[in-house]
Design a protein around this ligand. Structure first.
Ligand SMILES: O=C(O)[C@H](O)COP(=O)(O)O
Length: 207
């Protein structure tokens, strides 16, 4: 029986995570810590005895580098990698490049939390989680899920909010529950799916 393995991993710390800037579709690289976290993700997956047949990532450097470093750590650099902007971070619109504390000072704690974590309120000029889901979910259903269901062990390296969107569907979270769901940098979440594509088990390798 095939194991229907799906692992989601958020990229390691980026230069803009470190500077506390809204990033979205901007394309900073990983920090030194981010590189360590990416290698650490590979090490955690290796320790679980996991190997992969295919991988998916976004068109942004921080996710691609994280994937490359994790695969290298696992000795798995030869597997096919598909890059698609459907997996990109949520577009933060006019907030992109602004400091998150400055934004809180300007618009208030509550408004910024709503922009960052609510389901359907977009930041000015950007995408809500619902908008993000509207592009990540079709890609997941059409491109990623078929690989998992045919037994290809699948690794997805992407972003806080593109992955939260997928996690909302996988874990059947309500808009209220997704508000509180955070994803650590470089922390893999390991899913095993049932034949009907529902989740059989989930294991968070954070920490
Ligand atoms: O795009 C960003 O700024 C981060 O990658 C995710 O930010 P958030 O935690 O504010 O959604």
């Amino acid at each position: 029986m095939s194991e229907r393995l799906l692992v989601l991993v958020r990229h390691g710390q980026s230069e803009w995570n470190l500077k506390n800037l809204f990033t979205g579709w901007k394309d900073p690289g990983l920090t030194e810590l981010g590189v360590k976290e990416a290698i650490g993700a590979g090490r955690k997956l290796k320790e679980q005895g996991l190997t992969f047949d295919v991988a998916f990532t976004s068109v942004l450097t921080r996710a691609q580098t994280t994937l490359d470093l994790a695969l290298k750590e696992m000795g798995q650099t030869g597997i096919p990698i598909t890059r698609n902007l459907a997996l990109n971070e949520r577009d933060y619109g006019d907030l992109s490049g602004l400091n998150k504390d400055d934004a809180r000072a300007k618009w208030g704690e509550e408004q910024v939390l709503i922009w960052r974590r609510s389901y359907d309120v977009p930041p000015p000029g950007g995408e809500s989680l619902k908008d993000t889901l509207a592009r990540t979910l079709p890609y997941y259903v059409q491109e990623i899920l078929p690989c998992v269901l045919r037994g290809q062990r699948t690794l997805v390296a992407a972003h806080g909010n593109s992955l939260r969107a997928l996690i909302m569907v996988l874990e059947k979270l309500t808009p209220d529950q997704i508000l509180k769901r955070e994803l650590g940098t470089g922390a893999p979440v390991v899913y095993r799916l049932n034949p009907d594509s529902t989740v059989a088990s989930v294991k968070d390798l954070a920490g």
